[in-house]
Write a protein that binds this ligand. Sequence first.
Ligand code: SF4
Length: 233
Amino acid sequence: MAEKRYPQCARCPTRACENRGCKLSEGPPSLKKLPGFCPMKLMPEVFAQAAAEYDKPAVREFARLASVQEFQCFERLPDGLRAKLSRVEELIQFARKCNHKKLGIAHCGGFIGEAAILTNILENNGFRVVSVQCKAGAVPKEAIGIQAEEKIAGSENWETMCNPVAQAMIINQAKVDLAIMLGLCIGHDTLFIKYCDVPLTVLAVKDRLLGHNPLVALYLSESYYGRLKNKID
Ligand code: SF4
């Protein structure tokens, strides 16, 4: 039996959904241009369901503001479009657009300096800023079954576990308008997202080797990070 197809936009040869260079009056792209694994072909009902969500005024307005923000990240110069805003600037502009007053930073202990800088920047722009770091709660790693030999600080030493569930609960209770993730580890970020009940955005993810820019490994995967083509242990 043939394997069921599943969406694979990452391998699309046409990107027909972008309809680049076409006039609005020409309408959407022809279905003939879509590859067989295109979600528009495989799951057309989902796009109808999503459209119904955008009919809800709050969702529609949020989506509209996000697209306005996207637009404002560019300037049109004689030689073409140029990006002009850093993500920190975007964060401030978008939070203002959404009329957010109180922001909550969930940061890694290793990012306390960055969290302090970000707090100052956000406060200077008129926001109230709550912050909570991952080690809050001072719970030893033994509480989640970590073995002595699995502790970074060494088997004899206390090591506080990252506590993304508590971080999320504190951010929720503080009733912030927007949570900002700053440098949480893989997996800890997943738990934070699962337990966070307020709107959430990401300023940075952790990459201990690459200056918190994991895409560097992809950009160098044809050269210095060629090892990524091998199976990773
Ligand atoms: S939605 Fe369809 S056309 Fe667009 S990138 Fe994905 S596979 Fe390609």
